[in-house]
Design a protein around this ligand. Structure first.
Ligand code: GZL
Length: 322
């Protein structure tokens, strides 16, 4: 075949077209994100799931979503399934900090990048995940402690007995919120944690454990520190059923900043909530696309949050998004 200028030109056009179609097809191919969620244990989690699903839709990301019902083995199964499906990126909120190295090693071997959202893992090998998007739970605990340190200045002299409802045993928020709170209240030797037990971040368990605290220590309790609003709301019911006034006989401090906490503050039953934003969806989709495109992202992306005492609850409530 005689190679003429026309032949070369038409070959180049076909090649270019072919490339163009291929690359645009790649560009149009929706990113497939496998997400393993802790469960549906709290108002916070419900809002977090909604944020992720809405943001995926908005970003044109194909989301494969798995609810682990607060069981680590279900998250491991979900991650393995995402690997088998050859998703582009895996993201998850680890229900507990430990026990992830094996399955994250499998994702690494399959060359599928992993993004942590909401909660951290305690893996020593930081190459097992690309980034961690979430709150600083230790700081949240410190903020709760600072509020009480300040409030204690206007309370009667003598010991101030605190009971603590911890989050899910072994979870990053439970470990860190406990540590941050204890770090700050150590400044006042009268602030004493007399009972501390897990309520697993749920209203039902929070109520049950508070009932037990009230049975053993009832009138001695001056303050409740709950690692999330749902346990605080459950405990408020128990305090009322014991004939005491939550927010007055027993000060109530909690974390998350969900609508239920604002309603309890407006009813005078909860004194302060430390914000922990569940609205991580948009950030997750943005980072997932950057990671899939091979861009470098920061190892740690922290969410900005505030503290909401009861005095400003009514004014702030209309602005709340979760
Ligand atoms: C915090 C999140 C916690 C919330 C709880 O980022 O992991 O889990 O504080 C939720 O309400 O159950």
């Amino acid at each position: 075949m005689k190679i003429t200028r026309r032949t070369v030109l038409s070959a180049a056009i076909c090649l270019g077209l072919g490339f163009g179609i291929a690359s645009s097809a790649y560009a149009d191919k929706a990113l497939v994100l496998g997400f393993s969620q802790v469960g549906a244990e709290s108002e916070w989690r419900t809002a977090n799931t909604a944020s992720i699903k809405d943001a995926a839709k908005e970003a044109g990301v194909t989301l494969k979503f798995a609810d682990a019902q607060q069981k680590q083995e279900n998250q491991v199964k979900a991650i393995r399934s995402f690997i088998a499906q050859k998703v582009d990126v895996i993201a998850f909120s680890p229900v507990v900090e430990s026990g992830w190295d094996t399955v994250l090693g499998e994702a690494k071997a399959a060359k599928i990048p992993v993004i942590l959202t909401d909660r951290a893992v305690d893996s020593k090998d930081k190459s097992l995940y690309v980034t961690f998007i979430g709150s600083d739970f230790v700081e949240e605990g410190r903020r709760a402690g600072r509020w009480l340190l300040e409030r204690a200045k206007t309370m009667p002299a003598g010991d101030i007995n605190i009971v603590e409802l911890q989050g899910t045993v072994g979870s990053a928020p439970a470990i860190d919120r406990k540590a941050g709170f204890a770090e700050i209240i150590a400044a006042n030797p009268h602030l004493k944690i007399i009972r501390s037990q897990s309520g697993d971040f749920t209203r039902a368990k929070g109520k049950e454990v508070m009932e037990a605290f009230l049975k053993t220590d009832g009138k001695k309790i001056n303050v409740l520190y709950a690692h999330n609003d749902d346990m605080a709301i459950g405990a408020i019911q128990a305090i009322e059923e014991a004939g005491l006034k939550p927010g007055k006989d027993i000060l109530v401090i909690s974390v998350d900043g969900v609508k239920g906490a604002f309603e309890a503050m407006m009813a005078g039953k909860l004194n302060v909530t430390v914000e922990c934003s569940p609205l991580l969806g948009p950030q997750l989709m943005k980072v997932a696309k950057e990671v899939a495109a091979g861009e470098t992202v920061p190892k740690r992306i922290t969410t900005e949050e505030g503290v909401f005492p009861a005095e400003i609850a009514a004014k702030e409530f209309p602005n709340r998004k979760y």
